[in-house]
Each structure stands twice: as structure tokens, then as C-alpha cells.
Design a protein around this ligand. Structure first.
Ligand code: ADP
Length: 544
């Protein structure tokens, strides 16, 4: 017997409809590369989004077609986002920091018909266009005055939508229709496309709005640092308008000073970003003796959050750090590290161990740990296994069938992460399967050593990779990037790690580098580190 409730499809156009109707005057603030700040509202974004739908329809773009954006976080990007989604067009977000070959591959694979790009990418677009025959038209996120001079035809976004009506009949399609497309950077082989549905994005927004998740509210001012091309900007493009939070979109500039100024000028209460962004911000704030007057909490995710960041935010600035874990394939948020009742009852210092874990599962999802044969492993906080997840916000396969069948017999998706789960239900990532250092048949957590090394007062960033070893298969070595002007040598680092990690985890070598290479989403690029270490040998002779 069916229930007697209305069967309204969960499509994301309803989110911006809601924001325009009930939080219409709430501000959306956007800063461009030149530092110019423009102000809009959810009502105005909603109207522009409908103009975008009309412009897309006029260009012959139909539901199910893919269009690409390659832009920073901005109100124009937000209007394009909802304008495409509202009419059932699939918005494919491209990361402008990818290499030309990767972007070429991705655009061809997706079959994007139209490209809306940031003016700063005009040269990249010039190189791209001859190689991507599916792109029929280029639009730049700008007005006529700032339209770049190009050898190829292009139009300013503002001109493109200027004469279009702000009315368009959105929706009318199934909630399982595709909504957005985002390619993962591809740890092995080519990037793969994750194809979100309206339903998955809608549910993800609701899941992340729980008090024990991102907990956004109508009273928040949200600085969206995590880019819109990075897994739905962790869903905040949906959750912030859903609750009517003021949204601040920072554009391209991510340095500590730019981010700090925006936080203070706009009265930001909440923000989300990868650890490297917070590290730059804290460094700026500390060096310049600044304080935060409105910031209350930040979500850190994308890679493990070093303890030093959590402590500095909490102890020196009264800002709560909430760690979240997820991946492009999980929409992305899967777990959040907030105290449950028994952790909340522990002394503050014991709670830190839980803050450093990736956290507890959001309602609606399932997770398990398995061994290489797929057998379930215990949740004892000690036994690492492959982390598998399942739920309505988890990918069931990749666009175009790439990668084949990605689910196990129980319908779980293999995250490629290695984790433990403790008795309180806290999941802890110990590594990515491909980054695990396997020494003498046992796993060494590169992430844990990195986090402890980053707690050293002279260290700005640290990375651990495994080096082939004739006796132990692999041994860890530690690469450190020191803070400007700071000094430390290998013995200092070894002394710092001694007693904080198991003795057999001690890196066999400590190397100092000017800069730890970061990938296009701001994470440590271990592929690049390994490539840079070709020919490196451990600093002693080993006999079997
Ligand atoms: P990629 O960086 O490969 O393009 P994602 O952004 O989807 O793709 O990255 C997802 C991965 O990032 C996860 O599988 C996990 O390894 C890592 N990750 C995300 N959040 C955390 C976290 N809080 N702690 C540790 N690792 C994390």
C-alpha cells in the first residue's frame, strides 16, 4: 500500500526557488580577481539563473546535454549552475588548475556542448578549443568591459543573458535525472566522471544540514572557499541557499590576507576548505597579530587535518574546527567528526583524539571495513581495512561505464581509502590504499606521521612516501617544507617523532624541500613527489 503523501520530485531547482521566495533579500557577495566586490541576492541569482536557462534553450541546449563551466566561485557561476540544473541540463564543472591534456580528455569524454569560463583562462581556452570539437560556443564569466580579447568568438556572460526573460518553467523531470558531472583527478589511469542526480544532491544537502554535520543556518554568513568545481563545493552551493545563509564567494585569490580580509569585511561565521588554505590563513593572522571578530567554525576536509591547525584555531582564536571526510564519488560528505554524547563527556584533551579522526557516518549511509578478500573486519579502532560505503548519495558507477562495475556484491562502493572504525563509530583514515607504506608486511600510516611532523613548530608542510627497500619491501621517508625563516634538521625531526609514533614507523630519511608539491585541489601530490624521487636511494646500505 502506498502512502498518501505528495510525490514531489527532489530536484535542486526547488532549492533556489525556496531561497528566492523566502530568503530573497539575503546577500550573495562575490569578489573577482581584481579584488572588486559585487553584491547580489538569492532573488537576483534566481532571476539570472532563469535567464541562463533561456539562453541555453536559445542555443539549442536540451535536457541531458552537458555544458561545462571552468570558473572560480562567483555569483555568475552560481546563476549558471542553477540555470543549467533547473532545465535538466547537466552542469560539468572543470577545474581551471588541471593540465591542458586532462581538460581536453575530460571535455571530450563528457561531450560538453558549451563552455562558460573565467576570463583568466582565455589563453587556456584558446589552446583547448581546437582539440574539443563538441564545444559550440564560449562564454566568459564577465561583463562586456572585461571580456578578454581572443582570436576565437566569445561573448560576455552578462551580454549572453541580458535580453533573456527571467521566467522559465523549471523541473518537470524525474528526480533521478542527471544534475552535475565532476571528474575525479584519477589516481590511476584517466579521470573518471561522477554523475550526480538531482535526488542525490538534494538529499546530500539535507544530510549535511544536520546539527551534527555542517549545521548551516539562516544566521550564518558562509565563506565558500572550497571551489565549486570540487565535488559540488561540498554541497554548500545547495545547503547555503536552502537555509538562507549569506553566501560569500571569494573568486580566485586564496592567499591568507585576501581570505582574512573577506572574513572580516563580510562578517563570516562559517567557512569550509582544505587544510592548506587554513594553514596560509593562520600564518597570515599570526604574523600580523590579527584576530577574528565573527568567525565561529570551519569545516576542514579533503585531506587529514593536522592537530596544530585544530589547536591553533581553538586555543588562540576560539574557532571550532570540524573535520569532514568524503570524496567526489560520495557527493562528497560521508562522515563528520563531532562529539557524540560519550565523547562530549570526556575531558577536552581526550576529545582531541576524536577530532583528529574523520568522524561518524551521516544518516542515510552505510559503511564497512573489509580485507583484500572482501571479508568484513571488526570496528575495534585498531584493525585497518578498505573503507566501503553505500547510500543514495554514493556513486553506483562512472560516466560512460568507465571502470566497469564498481560495487561489491552487497552494493558497497570501494573508496580506495584504508581506515579503522572504533567502538564509538568514529572512522579514521590511515591512508589511501595506494599511499600506504607497507613495511615488513605491516601498514605504516603516512597520514599520521605527516600530521605529527606538521605539529613541529618549524614545519609548514610534510609528506611521507614509501621507498622500495630490499628487506622490508618499503620504508617511509619524510619530506618537510619549513616555515619561512625557520630552521630544523633531520635530527630535530627524528627527536620530535620519537615517542609520538611507533619506533618501526620512524622515517629512514628526512629530506627538506622548498615546497611540497600540491595537486589541483590543494592536496599533497604524492604522484609528483614519487616522480621527483626517481633514482633516490635510502641513506644506508642494507644487506639481506
Ligand atoms: P581527488 O583528490 O582524488 O581528486 P577527491 O577530492 O574525491 O578526489 O578526494 C577524496 C579523497 O580525499 C578521499 O578518498 C580521501 O583519501 C581524502 N580525504 C578526504 N577528506 C579527508 C579527510 N578529512 N582526512 C583524510 N583524507 C581525506
Amino acid at each position: 500500500m502506498d502512502g498518501l503523501m505528495q510525490n514531489v520530485p527532489l530536484t535542486v531547482d526547488r532549492i533556489i526557488d525556496h531561497a528566492a521566495a523566502w530568503h530573497g533579500a539575503r546577500e550573495v557577495v562575490s569578489r573577482d580577481a581584481a579584488g572588486h566586490v559585487s553584491r547580489s541576492t538569492y532573488a537576483a541569482i534566481h532571476a539570472d539563473a532563469r535567464r541562463v536557462s533561456n539562453a541555453l534553450a536559445a542555443a539549442g541546449i536540451a535536457p541531458g546535454d552537458r555544458i561545462a563551466t571552468m570558473g572560480w566561485n562567483s555569483s555568475r557561476h552560481l546563476a549558471a549552475w542553477y540555470g543549467a540544473a533547473g532545465m535538466g541540463v547537466v552542469l560539468h564543472t572543470l577545474n581551471p588548475r588541471l593540465f591542458l591534456e586532462q581538460i581536453t580528455y575530460i571535455v571530450n569524454h563528457a561531450g560538453d556542448r558549451l563552455l562558460i569560463a573565467d576570463p583568466s583562462t582565455a589563453d587556456l581556452v584558446a589552446q583547448l578549443l581546437p582539440q574539443v570539437p563538441s564545444i559550440e560556443r564560449v562564454i566568459f564569466f564577465c561583463d562586456r568591459a572585461t571580456l578578454p580579447h581572443t582570436d576565437y568568438p566569445a561573448i560576455a556572460f552578462d551580454d549572453w543573458i541580458a535580453d533573456k526573460p527571467a521566467e522559465f518553467a523549471w523541473g518537470g523531470f524525474d528526480e533521478n535525472a542527471a544534475c552535475g558531472l565532476c571528474y575525479t583527478s584519477g589516481t590511476t589511469g584517466n579521470p573518471k566522471g561522477v554523475l550526480y542526480s538531482h535526488r542525490s544532491n538534494y538529499l546530500h544537502a539535507l544530510m549535511t544540514l544536520q546539527r551534527d554535520a555542517l549545521a548551516l543556518s539562516a544566521r550564518d554568513t558562509v565563506l565558500l572557499v572550497v571551489p565549486m568545481y570540487h565535488a559540488n563545493a561540498w554541497g554548500v552551493v545547495y545547503s547555503a541557499p536552502a537555509v538562507g545563509a549569506k553566501l560569500v564567494l571569494p573568486g580566485q585569490r586564496m592567499d591568507g590576507e585576501s581570505i582574512y580580509n573577506l572574513i572580516e569585511q563580510e562578517g563570516v561565521t562559517y567557512s569550509a576548505a582544505v587544510p592548506t588554505v587554513w594553514q596560509m590563513l593562520l600564518q597570515y593572522v599570526q604574523e600580523n597579530g590579527k584576530r577574528f571578530s565573527t568567525l565561529q567554525r570551519v569545516t576542514i576536509g579533503g585531506s587529514a587535518c593536522p592537530e596544530s591547525i585544530i589547536r591553533t584555531f581553538r586555543d588562540d582564536y576560539g574557532v571550532d574546527v570540524i573535520q569532514g571526510w568524503g570524496m567526489t564519488e560520495t557527493s562528497p560528505l560521508g562522515t563528520v567528526s563531532v562529539p557524540n554524547a560519550s565523547v562530549a563527556a570526556k575531558p577536552a584533551d581526550e576529545q582531541m583524539a576524536y577530532k583528529l579522526k574523520q568522524g561518524r557516518l551521516l544518516c542515510g549511509l552505510e559503511m564497512k571495513l573489509v580485507d583484500d578478500a572482501g571479508a568484513r573486519l571488526p570496528h575495534d579502532g585498531r584493525t585497518p581495512g578498505r573503507l566501503m560505503v553505500k547510500g543514495p548519495t554514493i556513486a553506483s558507477g562512472y560516466f560512460g561505464g568507465d571502470g566497469g562495475d564498481v560495487l561489491d556484491a552487497e552494493g558497497f562502493f570501494d573508496t580506495g581509502d584504508v581506515a579503522t572504525i572504533d567502538g564509538e563509530g568514529y572512522m579514521h583514515i590511515t591512508d589511501r590504499a595506494k599511499d600506504v607504506v607497507k613495511s615488513g608486511g605491516e601498514w605504516i600510516s603516512s597520514i599520521e606521521i605527516e600530521n605529527i611532523a606538521m605539529g613541529h613548530p618549524s614545519v609548514a608542510n610534510a609528506a611521507v612516501v614509501g621507498i622500495a627497500h630490499p628487506k622490508w619491501d618499503e620504508r617511509p621517508i619524510l619530506l618537510c617544507q619549513l616555515l619561512p625563516g625557520a630552521r630544523a634538521d633531520g635530527d630535530d625531526l627524528r627527536a620530535w617523532l620519537d615517542g609520538r609514533i611507533a619506533r618501526w614507523w620512524m622515517p629512514d630519511d628526512v629530506l627538506f624541500v622548498d615546497e611540497i608539491p600540491l595537486g589541483p585541489t590543494g592536496k599533497i601530490d604524492k604522484k609528483a613527489i614519487r616522480a621527483g624521487l626517481t633514482g633516490y636511494t635510502l641513506p644506508f646500505e642494507v644487506t639481506r
